[in-house]
Design a protein around this ligand. Structure first.
Ligand SMILES: NC(=O)c1ccc[n+]([C@@H]2O[C@H](COP(=O)([O-])OP(=O)(O)OC[C@H]3O[C@@H](n4cnc5c(N)ncnc54)[C@H](O)[C@@H]3O)[C@@H](O)[C@H]2O)c1
Ligand SMILES: [Zn+2]
Length: 389
């Protein structure tokens, strides 16, 4: 099967990079890193979590060493609770102790948690060192590894501390998805549906068709055994990444004053409820993408109640989201705590929460909360929470 590449342009001069997608290319991580970083780079700090390092760490480390790098490691505990200031501080200490200079580099091997943390450390260590992403979850492949948003959570909420720092390159080996838990695949598929909802049917339909043809519990089997399936998944990842890259290229710092339908803010579709659900359950109940799955349905329903979008669009999104997997229930989550968590969301700019809603599939709209009658919000939220309890 052939590899695919997607070129990423950023507004920042000189920070173009490439995303390489193929099957079974982890062994080549060293040469790939060398091509990007050049012959002057001596040291690399490999950042990973315990689980991913246990599965793929030795392979990547060996490949980096064969390409002539001196490699240090910073291995963190897996899971969202690691996306903290303390873990970032541990990685920053490891960078200093290992003597990483501005002519060295960082390789992030893992899901979105590892990528966001390693990217943040890369942004602030010596005011910025090169970093490369090797995403190992579907979510990280199609979403978090692209676009340069890095950061950690604080006690006040998700991603409250962070920086924009573009990677120098992204290497996607789809074979690693064969070891991913089914819930994590569902989580990644939800972010893919999010892209489809805001991009249009040309991005949404391939995902809907994929999960219609192959139930999510069979995906890993298909991936291990079928060339046709691997090609299909590769082109879906390529389309997804290209869509995100296009949005990011047009607004790479998520400009505060932009509210048009090409603004980077549209990528937050489904995320206002998602962040609130994650926060009120202390990041324990939902995978990030599962919370986004609920967020997509809620935003679509709210859009319909405000007469922005048709019932048939809400039904289509419901069908697709329900077919990407089974979600933990919303039992015990009260409307009042969710409303309170909305207020903490970082998109709460100048005291006003910006909702990303839909005027139809592929037609996102950024709507300020003052333009949403509180009674409609309260009714939709209460109905939604009780329906999925
Ligand atoms: N920076 C961005 O633009 C952006 C975009 C979307 C999401 N995010 C962030 O990404 C994070 C979620 O990322 P995630 O869903 O990848 O979660 P994650 O990094 O926690 O990974 C999920 C789990 O899968 C395991 N895992 C990873 N790869 C594996 C593999 N190949 N085989 C077996 N197990 C594997 C990990 O150890 C972990 O337990 C959130 O913090 C979210 O805020 C960031
Ligand atoms: Zn997300």
């Amino acid at each position: 099967m052939n590899s695919r590449t997607v070129q990423i342009d950023t507004a920042c001069k000189g920070s173009k990079y490439e995303i390489l997608i193929a099957n079974g290319i982890l062994n080549n991580a060293g040469n790939w890193s060398r091509d990007i970083l050049g012959s002057g780079t001596r040291r690399i700090l490999l950042v990973s979590d315990r689980k991913v390092y246990g599965l793929y760490g030795e392979k990547v480390l060996g490949s980096l060493e064969r390409a002539g790098f001196k490699v240090g490691k910073a291995i963190i505990a897996e899971g969202e609770r690691s996306k903290s200031w303390d873990t970032a501080s541990y990685i920053l200490s490891s960078l200093s102790e290992f003597g990483i200079t501005r002519s060295d580099g960082i390789v992030a091997l893992g899901g979105g948690v590892v990528g966001d943390l390693a990217g943040f450390a890369a942004a602030v260590h010596l005011r910025g060192v090169p970093f490369l992403q090797i995403p190992t979850t579907l979510l990280a492949m199609i979403d978090s590894s692209v676009g340069g948003k890095t950061g950690v959570n604080s006690v006040k909420g998700k991603n409250m501390i962070g920086a924009f720092h573009q990677p120098h390159g992204v290497l996607i080996d789809i074979h690693v998805l064969t070891t991913l838990e089914t819930r994590e695949l569902t989580s990644g598929l939800c972010e893919a549906v999010k892209h489809g909802a805001i991009a249009g049917r040309h991005i949404l339909d391939p995902i809907a068709d994929l999960v219609r043809d192959h139930p999510v519990i069979k995906l890993k089997q298909e991936l291990a055994n079928s060339d046709t399936f691997r090609s299909r998944l590769t082109s879906i990842i390529e389309m997804q990444v290209a869509f995100k890259a296009k949005v990011v290229a047009g607004d790479d710092r998520e400009a505060l004053d932009r509210h048009d339908q090409s603004s980077r803010k549209i990528l937050n579709f489904g995320h206002t409820l998602a962040h609130a659900l994650e926060s009120v359950t202390d990041y324990q109940r939902f995978k990030h993408g599962e919370a986004v799955g609920y967020g997509i349905l809620f935003a679509a329903e709210l859009s319909n109640n405000l007469a922005f979008c048709d019932k048939k669009d809400v039904e289509l999104l419901n069908d697709v989201v329900q077919s990407v997997g089974v979600f933990p229930s919303l039992a015990g989550i009260r409307p009042s705590e969710v409303s309170q968590a909305f207020g903490l969301d970082k998109k709460n700019i100048r005291g006003s929460l910006q909702w990303v809603l839909l005027r139809g599939i592929g037609k996102p709209a950024i709507i300020s909360e003052e333009n949403i009658p509180p009674s409609i919000m309260a009714t939709v939220l209460a109905g939604f929470l009780s329906r999925f309890a």
